[in-house]
Design a protein around this ligand. Structure first.
Ligand code: ADP
Ligand code: ZN
Ligand code: ZN
Length: 824
């Protein structure tokens, strides 16, 4: 009997926002090479190439279109594990986005090549041997040497063939090339060329002959290279020396070492240097104090009973040391540990601490790494074995193997939430899904937990473990309020500094101690205003005032990035008197120069920490005592541990408290408490001064009393009354359009539909947000509040259906509609 030939089809996830997977056909030649989670190359549209992830292999031809063949396969093994794929599916369902959007967020860019992907050569390629390249790969490298940067379409033209991705993939793996992204940083190549002596020259007789010959001939530079090698080798003739190093030490160029290689004197080979490798661990864990031992025991019991533990430990209680003990236990059991932290920039100190204990297991993953470094972490995680992965929110997408423990440090931080683009996920919440998939333990840690997590603990879903004491019996800092209103009346304010704060600062500086000043706003004077008529320059593309940055002397829109020169005359009244309103970190820095001319001041905010190492440099200067006063935005509030800080000044509590958001009290409490915690970490009790117009504000009182529970109870009442989380689940609908009338009409219609579906009491809006136009698009917001028990899946489906109905209305074609589940 003749066997029936089967035709296989692949459902593919493509890294674009199409609602469904696409079905392609598998050529017979590739049968048996494919499994779910591998990457394949496909064409979409006329000539666009994409990397797709195989989501399903089946034999059902699509009914409404004829499936194209895939162009090729990129992997021999799945790079997306079944568990990871499940996680993607959950994320796409919960956060109402497409699988393609999840793939875009989850895969490092060099794993998802597409026609538009920009390819560049890695630094250091000049010193590498082309032997390991195939002809096609060589052509690509050559083309890149000429053009610096090419996209994959260009390379298809150059090679005159469609299937270039496998070559690109191979060159990336050999680390000749990389994909370019905005944040590309300089870094060392992954391999280096090593020089050795060819075996036939590894004896004294041959060497003598060689030296004589070189002395006689014109090869004096070559002689220097050989002598240089012998000096470095110091009698070990079979040693390998990095080519660069040899050239530098012997003072010869690469053409000399190359000539000796061609003569057969030197051998050359590429040796991998492991950039991601940290130093071997050097220390044992610290012995825990009694209360830390008790906490550790409670955490383990909590893991057994509930799987999830919220650790509330005051700043300086030694949460990190407790984590270290737990990490050790899970690594010893052969498991992987994910250590999530809010923003990686803030972790230099943490990484250094962890490296000491777990160097050989440590992997760090974050957005400031280049694509290649991220791909390496991806591959190493996938390879399995015990690993400690420290990363910002996107590290939840790594292909874990035997994930045993997930720690979310500073779990209250809002940077665990991704705002834009979709998926708009909250990493702290998403790890709960990883937990069930891997049967892992979850530890949430914070001195000031989020209301949601504390509530979950109170409801019995999480175990709660509390550490109330600082390590070493140190007292929490003493907190005072400086009344700005009173001091203004008495004329004792100088600039933005109260008499009370100035006096304390003087005292601290006199004693050789350090100060941290917190101002939750960067820039110089946020507003540039006409003092006659009050006119403020606005962004031409957004409905927002421009911020003045003194150092560059320009006005900058913090929403779209637009910059312009500050006007010297008022557009409205023609007056020349333009003055500053409000204040930011840069202005504080400036005022300090007048008030404390002898003090060394450093500033830490987004503007001063853009480059990869800037943050680290500022911190180590401060740590080494080269800086007396550190001024910063909330970057200074987190996780820093300095011994010598005796005073923390919060320049304006009111700006935080008055921010129009239902979380602003919670956030203010957290920020003030966290930044206060930087004061007096060792030896002596620290001091904090909060400047405010409203010293009796109940939130400030709770900060002073260090009474989180009182804050929590009061907040819960408000949240319940106004139908906010944790009692209700929020889903925000954002609409944008360049025509204000259109977006307003659409929002009214959409709101009516929402009310129809969910009832009037569950729908808010539509309304224009505080900033109602960004980048020339007008914005309307609607909010749906659902009871926690209501099924969000049902909501999302009907809302998504409504959205696609809306977008099919001709007038609304250009409308942009976004959903944000659990907005923050
Ligand atoms: P947290 O993360 O709770 O703010 P840390 O873990 O940073 O606290 O600890 C605060 C300080 O106390 C650090 O300098 C840390 O090294 C020290 N410390 C904490 N626990 C111990 C311990 N058991 N032995 C020695 N030093 C400790
Ligand atoms: Zn004016
Ligand atoms: Zn703008």
């Amino acid at each position: 009997m003749e066997q029936e030939l089967k035709t296989y089809f692949l459902d593919l996830i493509l890294p674009i926002a199409i609602p469904k997977t696409m079905t392609y056909r598998l050529p017979r030649a590739l049968e048996g090479t494919i499994s779910v989670g591998m990457r394949v190359v496909v064409q979409l549209g006329k000539s666009k190439l994409y990397t797709g992830i195989v989501h399903r292999v089946h034999e059902e031809a699509p009914s409404n279109y004829s499936a194209k063949y895939i162009e090729g396969v990129l992997d021999e093994f799945p790079i997306v594990t079944p568990k990871l794929l499940k996680f993607w599916e959950w994320m796409s369902a919960y956060y109402a986005c497409t699988l393609g959007e999840v793939m875009s967020a989850g895969l490092p860019s060099s794993l998802k090549l597409a026609s538009e992907t920009k390819i560049v050569l890695n630094d250091g390629h000049e010193d590498r041997l082309a032997d390991e390249l195939s002809d096609k790969e060589f052509l690509i490298v050559e083309a890149l040497e000429m053009h610096k940067e090419l996209d994959i379409k260009d390379l298809m033209d150059i090679l005159q063939q469609q299937t270039v991705l496998p070559y690109i993939k191979s060159l990336i793996e050999k680390s000749w090339i990389t994909t370019r992204e905005e944040l590309r940083q300089k870094y060392k190549p992954k391999t280096q060329t090593m020089i050795g002596l060819s075996p036939e020259y590894q004896n004294d007789a041959q060497l003598e002959m060689l030296v004589n010959e070189l002395e006689k001939g014109r090869g004096s530079k070559q002689l220097e290279a050989v002598m240089g090698f012998l000096r470095e080798a110091n009698n070990e003739l079979n040693i390998l020396i990095p080519r660069k190093e040899l050239q530098d030490r012997a003072g010869v160029s690469s053409s000399i070492t190359k000539a000796l290689f061609e003569k057969g004197v030197f051998s050359m080979q590429e040796v991998a240097i492991d950039r991601m490798k940290f130093e071997e661990s050097v220390s044992e864990e610290k012995a825990l104090s009694d209360f830390q031992i008790r906490a550790l025991g409670e955490i383990k019991t909590g893991f057994e009973e509930k799987g999830i533990v919220l650790l509330q430990g005051v700043t300086g209680s030694g949460k990190t040391e407790v984590y270290v003990h737990l990490i050790r236990e899970h690594l010893d059991a052969g498991e992987q540990v994910l250590f999530l932290i809010p923003e990686i920039a803030l972790t230099t100190q943490l990484i250094q601490r962890l490296e000491k204990y777990f160097g050989e297991y440590l992997l760090v993953y974050h957005s400031k790494f280049n694509p290649q470094e991220r791909t390496e972490v991806w591959q190493k995680t996938l390879a399995g074995g015990p690993k400690l992965i420290v990363g910002a929110r996107s590290s939840i997408f790594l292909p874990f193997d035997k994930l045993g423990l997930i720690i979310v440090d500073e779990e209250h931080e809002s940077s665990f939430k991704q705002y834009d683009p979709a998926p708009r996920y909250q990493a702290r919440d998403a790890v709960m899904v990883l937990r069930s998939a891997y049967n892992a333990h979850v530890l949430l840690g914070s001195a000031t937990p989020s209301i949601e997590s504390f509530w979950n603990a109170e409801q019995g879903r999480y175990a709660l473990v509390v550490m109330k004491e600082r390590f070493g019996g140190l007292l929490l800092p003493e907190i005072f309020c400086a009344d700005i209103a009173k001091e203004t009346k008495r004329r004792t304010m100088k600039g933005h500094f109260s008499f009370m704060l100035r006096e304390s600062m003087e005292e601290v500086l006199k004693n050789g101690k350090q100060i941290i000043l917190f101002q939750n706003r960067r820039g110089y004077a946020p507003l540039w205003q006409c003092s006659v008529c009050g006119w403020v320059p606005q962004c031409t593309r957004c409905d927002v005032s421009l911020t003045y940055h003194k150092r560059e002397h320009h006005l900058n829109c913090h929403y779209c990035g637009h910059t312009t020169h500050p006007p010297t005359t008022c557009t409205v009244c023609g007056s020349h008197s333009l003055k500053n309103l409000g204040f930011g970190t840069e202005m504080i820095e400036e005022e300090l120069k007048d008030l404390f001319p002898d003090a060394k001041v450093a500033r830490m905010d987004l503007d001063t920490t853009r480059s990869k190492h800037a943050y680290q440099n500022i911190l180590s200067d401060f740590d080494e005592g080269k800086v007396d006063i550190l001024v910063g935005t909330q970057m200074v509030s987190k996780g820093l541990d300095f011994e010598n800080v005796a005073l923390v000044g919060i320049l304006s509590a009111d700006q935080m408290l008055n921010f129009p958001d239902f979380r602003s009290f919670e956030r203010s409490y957290q920020l003030m408490t966290q930044v206060s915690g930087r004061s007096g970490r060792k030896h002596e009790r620290g001091k904090v001064i909060i400047q405010t117009y409203n010293p009796e504000h109940w939130v400030i009182r709770k900060v002073i009393d260090n009474d989180y529970e009182a804050l929590y109870k009061q907040e819960l009442v408000e949240r319940y009354n106004y139908k906010y989380p944790p009692y209700y689940r929020l889903i925000r609908v954002t609409m944008k359009h360049k025509d204000e009338k259109v977006v307003q009409q659409a929002a009214r219609d959409f709101t009516a539909t929402l009310i129809n579906m969910f009832g009037k009491e569950r729908v808010i809006g539509p309304e224009a947000p505080y900033i109602s136009r960004i980048n020339n698009k007008y914005i309307q917001l609607m909010m749906v509040k659902l009871e926690r028990k209501a099924s969000p899946a049902k909501f999302k489906q009907s809302t998504l259906d409504t959205i696609s109905e809306f977008l099919s209305i001709p007038a609304y074609k250009a409308l942009r509609i976004q959903l944000d589940v659990d907005p923050q």
